[in-house]
Ligand binder design. Structure first.
Ligand code: HBI
Ligand code: FE
Length: 280
């Protein structure tokens, strides 16, 4: 990974790519932007985000300004044994996996600029904190992430990185969950995005398909546009239990097949909604 192309300041990273957050360095205008982002996104996700996510987000009481990661980390550690570690931005996959396996979630320290309020390329502290941190307080979902991290080295060794990354993308960044009151969003990528929270639940264009591990690992995704397909789970335990599988034979099978385009719908898919963009 060439960090020179990335936006964060990697000049002070430790061996594990962590840095000091330096909370006192945030300017008043950044705290004001955080409050504006937080207030706007909280209104959008009401009634659309998974109930567990909302409960944990509220308990973080992070609306008034940029969070002190060390203080939240202490509360998180007491809840699920996880910690937050401050990073300058994206970090190499193997380092990322090692943090997750060690129950440490990397949180970017910089905040987007006002002109990026609706969209930015690299994840910032609002995406990482508002999007990812609440569900780290859910023991089952946190357990899934820890197991996911442990799958990293094998994926690197067996050439399964693309497949493992797809699992993260679809089920951690853009996952939907069925609840007694209907479909809800729990993925960090949609919940930290103004447009995609609305789009993912009600738009007619994308597919909404039942989660199936190997199917997700074979499916390509878009990083520059709304997703073409969302995968839906019934419970977080389904994700947790999916990691019981031996991934080696899956990587071997998928290495023999072309990846599926993001728009694909297969005959064997559990189709909750066949989108206008569907192919096949
Ligand atoms: N680094 N800080 C950070 N945050 C991520 O979400 C992240 C990363 N590096 C790699 C990565 N995600 C993805 O490639 C994972 O699928 C591994
Ligand atoms: Fe993310």
């Amino acid at each position: 990974m060439d960090t020179a192309d990335l936006r964060g300041d990697y000049s002070t990273i430790a061996d594990d790519y962590t840095v000091a957050q330096d909370w006192d360095a945030y300017r008043p205008a950044e705290h004001a932007l955080w409050r504006r982002l937080y207030a706007r996104q909280s209104k959008i996700i009401a009634g659309r985000a998974a109930p567990d996510y909302l409960r944990h987000l509220d308990s973080l009481a992070a609306a008034d300004g940029l969070p002190r990661l060390d203080a939240v980390s202490e509360r998180l550690n007491a809840a699920t044994g996880w910690q937050l570690v401050a990073v300058p931005g994206l970090i190499p996959e193997d380092v990322f996996f090692a943090h997750l396996a060690g129950r440490r979630f990397p949180v970017t320290v910089w905040l987007r600029r006002p002109e990026e309020i609706d969209y930015l390329v690299e994840p910032d502290i609002f995406h990482d904190f508002f999007g990812h941190v609440p569900l780290l307080f859910d023991p089952v979902f946190a357990g899934f992430l820890e197991r996911y991290g442990h799958k990293g080295p094998e994926a690197v060794a067996l050439g399964g990185l693309d497949c493992l990354a797809r699992l993260y993308w679809y089920m951690v960044e853009f996952g939907l969950i069925e609840t007694s009151t209907g479909l809800r969003a729990y993925g960090a990528g949609m919940l930290s995005s103004k447009g995609e929270t609305l789009f993912c639940l009600t738009a007619k264009e994308p597919n909404r398909l039942g989660f199936a591990l190997e199917r997700v690992m074979q499916t390509q995704y878009r990083i520059d546009a709304y997703q073409r397909t969302y995968f839906v789970i019934d419970t977080y335990e389904t994700l947790f239990n999916a990691l019981n599988a031996d991934f080696a034979p899956i990587y071997a099978r998928l290495a023999q097949k072309p990846p599926l385009a993001a728009e694909t719908v297969l005959p064997e898919d559990r189709v909750l909604w066949r989108g206008r963009w569907a192919r096949g």
